[in-house]
Write a protein that binds this ligand. Structure first.
Ligand code: CP
Ligand code: NVA
Length: 313
């Protein structure tokens, strides 16, 4: 379905809480019902539509969950590595977006540089979805909230601890803390603190986000402990990062500082023995594989919203 103003899903802070909550509720309901499509879904809005996916970096979960999700909704997919495109030979992002808008119905982009995503969105007349950039990973955090809520109840009013690198996934958690009104405590080395503009945005919106260099302080009494790789895709200073982040490993001992019923989340891929020990990742508090599954449910709800298939907002 062509829209006058495309419903881009670029970042959590750019959407209203009602829209975001509508997407989450749809994902929850779809998972609970065991049905492949949302309840108020209009199949005709997605039948024969095509999602083009472009990856500038590797992916397992995002790639497969979007592909499977789109097929379950009744649409089709085209999967491209950026080097398959003339983009890799110097065609502009703007021209690529304008051309693909004439063929497809929606685009999912995993970009090295967030600026590429923004430039793409300005030139795309069809919905564009952020499948991760160096700045943010909103689809992941939508799935993470589904995961939190199905195991612990509403995320509003809860306390989430982020331990480790102040990276792209942390940015989307910060956006979500404001939109869904929960406390986010970040424990990270000063040199790897979240981007200044995200901190400023949180402050402007009176978000309950604190940043300290103490993992223990961040985790104390928290309902959920989250971490991520110490070396994100495209980062070259692996040795320095590992040295800075060593005190932020999520161990069983650190988990004991959280609430006794706390859950552990990680977007995966995980590097056991670095950011998390095997006993935590494989232990009873870990919900990482539910979290991976929930990418599918959350993204089907995002696709339904983007394509206008019965979801308002
Ligand atoms: N969590 C996540 O986005 O995983 P992939 O890099 O495998 O897509
Ligand atoms: N922060 C990680 C997330 C991977 C899904 C990265 O950008 O590589």
């Amino acid at each position: 379905m062509r829209q006058n103003t495309p419903r881009h899903f670029l970042d959590i802070h750019l959407l209203g809480t009602d829209t975001l909550r509508g997407i989450l509720d749809t994902a929850h309901a779809m998972k609970r019902s065991g049905k492949r499509t949302p309840e108020k879904f209009r199949p005709s809005d997605i039948e024969n539509t095509v999602l083009v996916m472009i990856f500038e970096k590797p992916s397992t979960r995002t790639r497969v969950s979007f592909d499977v999700g789109m097929r379950q909704l009744g649409g089709q997919t085209v999967m491209l590595n950026h080097t398959d495109l003339q983009l890799g030979r110097g065609e502009t992002v703007a021209d690529t977006a304008r051309v693909l808008s004439r063929y497809a119905d929606a685009i999912m982009l995993r970009a090295n540089d967030h600026q590429t995503l923004l430039e793409f969105s300005e030139n795309s007349s069809i919905p564009l979805i952020n499948g991760l950039t160096d700045y943010s990973h909103p689809c992941q955090i939508m799935a993470d909230i589904v995961t939190y809520e199905e195991s612990k109840g509403p995320i509003s009013g809860s306390t989430i601890a982020w331990v480790g690198d102040g990276n792209n996934v942390a940015t989307s958690w910060m956006h979500a803390a404001v939109k869904f009104d929960f406390e986010l405590r970040i424990g990270c080395p000063k040199k790897l603190s979240p981007a200044k503009e995200v901190v400023a945005w949180v402050k402007k919106h009176n978000g309950r986000v604190s940043i300290s260099d103490s993992a223990r302080e961040a985790v104390a009494g928290a309902d959920c402990v989250v971490t991520d790789t110490w070396v994100s895709m495209g980062q070259k200073d692996a040795r320095l990062r590992k040295a800075l982040l060593a005190p932020y490993a999520v161990t069983q001992e650190l988990m004991q500082a959280a609430d006794p019923d706390a859950i552990f989340m990680h977007c995966l891929p995980a590097y056991r023995g670095n950011e998390v020990t095997t006993d935590v990742l494989e232990g009873p508090q870990s919900v990482v594989f539910d979290e991976a599954e929930n990418r599918l449910h959350a993204q089907k709800a995002i696709l339904s919203w983007c394509l206008g298939a019965g979801l308002s907002g």
